[in-house]
Design a protein around this ligand. Structure first.
Ligand code: ZN
Length: 88
């Protein structure tokens, strides 16, 4: 998938949420359901907070990107079911 931070084409990393409400803790990654595609630059920006956002701004941004990622995944899944129904 394209980077949902800047829109650049793949490759993208699987970036985990850094929010405790998504399961992030000391030396513990958040749950895989709270991941978004980010390229290296945007992933580094997220994890090191290079844009100096507040925790709330970071959380709001991540949730917005998570929702759009989930919508994209749902569209891809629906298209796959339509094109290859025998695989499901
Ligand atoms: Zn990016």
């Amino acid at each position: 998938m394209c980077c949902c931070g800047c829109g650049r084409p793949p490759p993208s990393d699987v970036a985990h949420s850094n929010a405790s409400i998504h399961g992030k803790g000391m030396a513990i990654k958040s749950k895989d359901e709270f991941t978004i595609p980010l390229n290296r630059i945007c992933h580094q920006n997220l994890d090191q907070n290079l844009s100096r956002q507040t925790r709330q701004q970071q959380l709001d941004w991540f949730i917005e990107k998570l929702e759009s990622t989930n919508e994209t995944l749902k569209r891809l899944e629906d298209a796959a079911i339509q094109n290859y129904p025998e695989s499901f």
